[in-house]
Design a binder for this molecule. Structure first.
Ligand SMILES: Cc1cc2nc3c(=O)[nH]c(=O)nc-3n(C[C@H](O)[C@H](O)[C@H](O)COP(=O)(O)OP(=O)(O)OC[C@H]3O[C@@H](n4cnc5c(N)ncnc54)[C@H](O)[C@@H]3O)c2cc1C
Ligand code: FES
Length: 268
């Protein structure tokens, strides 16, 4: 088995500024193996530090990561440019099991930067569109300016139902306003034939999952993406432990049935 601590070298081929604090990096990596929607890599800025970042596309010629500047290492990442080299290990973790749900309707829910983790599932569905029924992508963002991947929206809309809402609309905003969960009132939900997959703030995923359960959705057919501080990413250091699980190895994608009661335990 390959050494999970071996750092591959990645060369940044393209940088796209998505918003004032979010950048998308397209990275060439020799010998990067197969990966699935929802998995992540550890990105290492030489001499600075390492952070877990979701793989935000299914394309395999260039590995895509979308990074928000929040602290020390993401700031160093943010400052990298085309031609710079970084270290990379992965792919790690579980994935959204989209390939198991042929014939189902799919409800994708993304809050803020959570869309970075939902984008590869969306791309997988678009590539295999005939295998799925009705597909909804519900996106919530604080403001129109903080929406990422706006350049992809028109293309996605040709094949799936995309609904976008913002908390604080700006002057020319013509779309929906309010929490992403309000969009559930605008779509058809058939709990027997549907599966939900989501990524965003924990409070959003809990609230969205509970609304779906109230509408007779099974918690076994809701999949959420969990985030915890990580160091090793392979289940040896214990940094990401959450109840009986290591989020890096058992997750980050879990059926809500496994997380439902753990997420209600304070200070876990
Ligand atoms: C599986 C996984 C996938 C992720 N995918 C992405 C992604 O696609 N794009 C992206 O921009 N970020 C992603 N993150 C979050 C990213 O790893 C953190 O933002 C990063 O580690 C912060 O490092 P830093 O040194 O810049 O900030 P620090 O200086 O370490 O921290 C800055 C602030 O961010 C908080 N913080 C740090 N790490 C986390 C975390 N894991 N969860 C919540 N708060 C945190 C700290 O408490 C602090 O308030 C992911 C995290 C995980 C676990
Ligand atoms: S990050 Fe070390 S056990 Fe998960």
């Amino acid at each position: 088995m390959a050494d999970p601590f071996f750092l591959k070298k990645g060369r940044i081929e393209e940088v796209v500024l998505e918003t004032e604090d979010v950048k998308r990096f397209l990275i060439s990596v020799d010998g990067f193996g197969e990966f699935k929607p929802g998995q992540f890599n550890m990105l290492y800025v030489y001499g600075q530090g390492e952070v877990p970042i979701s793989i935000s596309s299914i394309r395999s010629d260039l590995i895509e990561h979308t990074v928000r500047l929040v602290g020390d290492v993401t700031e160093d990442l943010f400052n990298l440019r085309e031609g710079d080299i970084l270290g990379l290990r992965g792919p790690f973790g579980s994935h959204f099991p989209i390939e198991k749900f042929n014939g189902f309707n799919i409800i994708l829910v993304a809050g803020g930067l959570g869309l970075a983790d939902i984008k590869p599932v969306t791309e997988y569905i678009l590539r295999n569109r005939d295998y799925y029924g009705r597909v909804y992508l519900l996106v919530g963002s604080k403001t129109p300016a903080s929406l990422i991947y706006k350049g992809e929206f028109e293309r996605w809309k040709e094949k799936i139902d995309l609904l976008v809402t913002v908390d604080r609309p700006e002057e020319n905003w013509k779309g929906h306003t309010g929490l992403v969960t309000r969009l559930f009132d605008l779509i058809e939900i058939d709990p027997q034939k549907s599966v939900a997959m989501m990524c965003g703030p924990e409070v959003m995923m809990v609230s969205a999952s509970e609304i779906l359960i109230e509408r007779n959705f099974s918690p076994y057919k809701i999949f959420i993406s969990m985030e915890r501080h990580m160091k090793c990413a392979v289940g040896t250091c214990g940094h990401c432990q959450f109840g009986p699980y290591f989020v890096c190895k058992d997750g980050p994608i879990f059926a809500y049935s496994k997380m439902r009661y753990l997420l209600k335990v304070k200070e876990l």
